[in-house]
Ligand binder design. Structure first.
Ligand code: PGA
Length: 279
């Protein structure tokens, strides 16, 4: 797991946008896994800015969002489909036919879950998955206790998650109780994962994710089982990490390797063969 601690939430969104743009530049038919919530909004704003500056095009991309509320009518402003349209899809050149979210407003929810898994498989799998983390350690809507092998399915939200998300709704009562979410097993099949966390409220969950045991009680801890995960954290979200100094040290070495300088130094010689420390 690579842990990158940045000074500000803005720096987190810049680095996240860099990773998205790298994936688009290197994959012929990039498949992006996208997330909703407050945290990735600044990353989407940065991607829109780069698109408007002519630096990136999304026209070859296919996208799969992590989750969707169940029971909100089509076009409901708090549906994740509307969130994505508003913050990203309608503002850049995605082909809307290839921008997928689970279908939460159908009665055949079982079929919707299976169809979503099949679409991800048929697209060749996700190249880069963006994740946030809940204060209770959830990823997507995989609440504590979720099977680490779970697939896309119907999931009940915890009261904590409903309270956290009620800031977007008229009242707590208006927050749906159910969602369709990619499972932890589904998420772990993405080839690369980047998790974004900013703010002190995430510090305990981040510590449990990176330095606690792998446990269904902290669904995000399952990321320790994946070979290519990057955590992009601001100082406050990283404030409870015990190995904080070590992560900073690794990033310093990483920068030296990329520069591969000075020539003749040990790091310079290593850097001419490897430009990246593995996760
Ligand atoms: P947030 O949500 O970005 O709004 O904090 C993250 C999550 O619940 O996964």
């Amino acid at each position: 797991m690579r842990v990158i601690i940045l000074q500000t939430p803005e720096a987190v969104s810049q680095r996240a946008a860099d990773l998205v743009c790298e994936t688009i530049a290197t994959e012929e038919t990039p498949v992006l896994g996208l997330a909703t919530g407050g945290t990735p909004v600044a990353t989407y704003q940065e991607l829109v800015r780069r698109y408007q500056a002519g630096n990136v095009s999304f026209s070859a991309c296919t996208t799969f969002n992590l989750d969707e509320y169940v029971g909100l009518p089509e076009g409901h402003p708090e549906s994740y489909r509307c969130f994505m349209n508003q913050h990203l899809f309608d503002r850049v050149d995605f082909d809307s036919r290839r921008c997928h979210l689970p279908q939460g407003n159908t009665l055949d929810l079982q079929q919707a879950c299976q169809a979503y898994e099949a679409m991800i498989r048929d697209s060749g799998g996700i190249d880069l998955q963006i994740l946030g983390i809940g204060t209770d350690g959830h990823i997507a809507f995989n609440e504590p206790g979720s099977s680490l092998a779970s697939r896309t399915r119907l999931k009940a939200l915890t009261e904590q998650t409903r309270r956290d998300n009620s800031r977007f709704f008229e009242s707590l009562d208006a927050v749906p109780k159910l969602s369709i979410t990619m499972g932890i097993g589904t998420i772990l099949e993405a080839r690369k994962i980047v998790l974004l966390a900013t703010g002190e409220g995430k510090a305990d969950a981040v510590r449990a994710l990176a330095e606690g045991p792998v446990t269904a009680s902290v669904p995000a801890s399952a990321l320790q089982l994946h070979a290519n995960v990057t955590l992009l954290l601001d100082e406050t979200a990283a404030s409870k990490l015990v190995r904080r100094e070590y992560y900073m040290h690794v990033e310093e070495i990483q920068r030296s390797l990329q520069k591969a300088q000075p020539r003749g130094s040990h790091l310079g010689r290593v850097g001419s063969h490897f430009d990246r420390i593995a996760e």
